[in-house]
Design a binder for this molecule. Structure first.
Ligand SMILES: Cc1cc2nc3c(=O)[nH]c(=O)nc-3n(C[C@H](O)[C@H](O)[C@H](O)COP(=O)(O)OP(=O)(O)OC[C@H]3O[C@@H](n4cnc5c(N)ncnc54)[C@H](O)[C@@H]3O)c2cc1C
Length: 319
């Protein structure tokens, strides 16, 4: 808990936007679970973000950036430290070729179009822009409820494509508090992870897209959205796929074959519709979701010798 009044005032003084102390994260996570964060703070600008992070480092207070919290479980005991929401980082613009010339001066002009999005922009907003401007390349993000920052950190993907496939460059506040850009080729992406030094905060990104046919783009996107509605349990709160797929076999299929569909802990349930989703059927607690995760991991390990790693991130303290 950040109990010191002066420290609270110093933190609030840096940020023009909201500073929420002792904030229940159940109000912010897509799963609807989680204890209180000592603080959830919404800086407006990169310069506010930098000042905030510098203060937190000086005071040795833990911090973590969050986006739309759609891949996040906060344990019921809450998070000791500051969660920094990039929700206010909403700039989204078309920058034809600029990033390409900046980062790849030796390369010929490709004819590609760069869309620059700040970290807090939701994929749904990027998709709306793509439809409006007939831009192709990011259709695979349709229906992913995250933000650009969270999506990049997770190397979010679907339908055989990932963020790394369309990324041109990212803007970051690095672990030494420098504001800088990095070209995609300097980054190390993995399956559902972008490897960055701890403490790095993504503030925005340039995406390499192409002009396409607007009807084709619209059709592709609506096809993806319909498929998601058919396959995913979207009428309940969830955090998307819980486990990463081990090479060669989907985690959901393993869970289904282990007979675990429909398994409950409190109000948390392994979805009958898609076994890699855990849904909140009402008042689930983080501990219920984690209990189901551990049951699945034990069963699949004992039956197949495979440890299913979680895709979603679990942070905070047990109650
Ligand atoms: C219904 C549903 C469907 C989904 N479908 C998919 C899918 O098809 N494919 C897929 O990949 N995912 C999917 N997800 C999971 C999730 O939406 C994605 O992982 C998404 O990209 C997470 O973005 P976010 O903004 O919510 O990140 P958060 O959940 O807020 O954060 C996720 C991680 O990223 C870090 N992070 C967040 N912002 C930043 C930043 N600015 N800088 C550095 N680190 C940051 C956080 O610390 C955390 O570790 C789905 C989720 C739901 C609920």
């Amino acid at each position: 808990m950040i109990a010191d009044r002066q420290l609270r005032d110093s933190i609030s003084g840096i940020v023009a936007g909201k500073t929420l102390f002792d904030e229940p994260m159940s109000a912010h996570t897509s799963m609807g679970v989680g204890g209180t964060a000592d603080a959830l703070i919404f800086p407006d600008t990169v310069s506010e973000l930098k000042k905030l992070v510098d203060l937190l480092r000086r005071e040795a207070i833990s911090f973590l950036p969050v986006g739309n919290c759609t891949n996040l479980i906060v344990r019921d005991g809450g998070y000791r430290g500051v969660l920094i929401s990039l929700e206010k980082f909403q700039r989204l613009e078309i920058r034809e070729e600029i990033i390409s010339r900046e980062f790849f001066p030796e390369e010929e002009h490709t004819g590609n179009i760069c869309v620059y999005a700040q970290a807090g922009v939701s994929f749904s907003t990027v998709i709306e822009l793509c439809i409006r401007e007939s831009l192709s390349g990011m259709e695979f993000c349709a229906g992913i409820p995250g933000s650009v920052g969270g999506g990049l950190k997770m190397n979010a993907g679907a339908w055989g494509k990932e963020m790394k496939d369309v990324l041109k460059s990212i803007s970051i506040l690095d672990a030494d508090s420098n504001i800088r850009d990095m070209a995609a080729k300097e980054l190390r992406f993995e399956y559902r992870n972008l490897n960055l030094p701890e403490g790095t905060i993504i503030t925005g990104a340039g995406f390499n897209l192409t002009r396409g046919d607007s009807d084709e783009i619209r059709e592709k996107i609506s096809g993806i959205i319909s498929e998601r509605r058919i396959k995913h349990p979207l009428t309940y709160r969830s955090a998307g796929s819980v486990f990463k797929n081990p090479p060669g076999y989907p985690a959901g299929k393993m869970i289904e074959e282990a007979g675990l569909k429909g398994l409950k802990a409190g109000d948390a349930e392994i979805s009958e519709k898609h076994a890699n989703f855990i849904i909140n059927k009402g008042n689930a607690k983080a501990e219920d979701i984690i209990a189901l995760i551990e049951t699945v991991q034990k069963k699949i390990l004992s039956e197949r010798g495979i440890f299913l790693e979680t895709e979603l991130k679990i942070i905070g303290e047990e109650r």
